[in-house]
Write a new protein. Structure first.
Length: 276
């Protein structure tokens, strides 16, 4: 009987979403980075968490999370858009509380009900739904957008609060949305594989009584592999209080981020990605 119970538990675990806090992307989920090389340390916050975002027993993207600001630094994924519905419901990251918790992206109530976790304990480690209630002029902005994924599971995996920042409402529904939906479709013509890294620069303002940072800038960069000998790259940045997006070269974005983060020269992709 015990064996049967264990098998049932194990089987149910396989079906839950996984979001694994790991020691490095190189050793755990390098496939989301061009040439399997993540950005350099110049983006790393003081208190980082590396998350391989896993759902239904499959990795879908990677997120570097800032535990102090309670927002992602960046999310990295491969661009594979497809038709389909936008999922509902939000997930959180149990392993940010510690390695003894499930490797699973879970709904808050699942953790409270089945894992004896208090909302207080959960909210110490990360942003929770309550933090995003009653916002004015801001909403939950995906870094890795659900619309850039091809099926329901891959889209659902983006609905974790570790992939969300407080984003200007007009920007999120306006110029940034245009970039995600229209510019990306144009720019990726002829690409075999497009690697994307999208991030947020912490700002001086907070929501939820100082708990969650409101980024000053949102940025995105892409490295597209056309074939073995040809690659192209592009980037954008937007101030998080204006409805406009600035198109840059990859090199220009890296230089801008170097100034904004102030932790040394930023490198987002392997050197084989064109900077011009």
């Amino acid at each position: 009987l015990w064996l049967l119970l264990l098998l049932q538990v194990w089987a149910s675990c396989l079906w839950l979403g996984h979001g694994e806090v790991v020691t490095s992307f190189e050793s755990s989920c390098p496939q989301f980075f061009f040439r399997e090389i993540p950005p350099n340390e110049a983006l790393e916050p003081q208190n980082p968490a590396w998350i391989c975002q896993r759902y239904k027993n499959q990795y879908f993207f990677a997120t570097l999370y800032d535990r102090d600001e309670r927002i992602p630094v960046y999310s990295a994924y491969i661009y594979e858009p497809g038709p389909g519905k936008r999922p509902k419901g939000w997930l959180v990251e149990p392993q940010l509380m510690g390695p003894t918790y499930p490797k699973t992206m879970e709904k808050e109530w699942t953790l409270i009900k089945h894992y004896n976790v208090s909302l207080e304990k959960l909210s110490e480690s990360q942003a929770v739904l309550q933090d995003y209630k009653n916002l004015t002029g801001l909403n939950r902005g995906h870094l890795n957008p659900s619309g850039h994924h091809f099926n329901y599971s891959s889209r659902m995996a983006t609905f974790t609060l570790t992939n969300i920042v407080p984003q200007d409402e007009k920007l999120n529904g306006g110029a940034w949305n245009n970039y995600e939906q229209q510019t990306m479709i144009r720019n990726t013509q002829g690409c075999n594989t497009t690697y994307v890294i999208v991030g947020a620069v912490p700002g001086n303002n907070y929501i939820a009584k100082g708990r969650v940072n409101k980024p000053s800038y949102i940025w995105s960069s892409a490295c597209c592999v056309v074939d073995n000998n040809h690659r192209k790259a592009w980037a954008v940045i937007a101030e998080n209080d204006e409805n406009q997006v600035q198109l840059l070269t990859l090199g220009e974005l890296e230089d801008t981020l170097t100034l904004l983060y102030g932790r040394g020269q930023v490198s987002l992709f392997d050197s084989d990605c064109p900077r011009e």
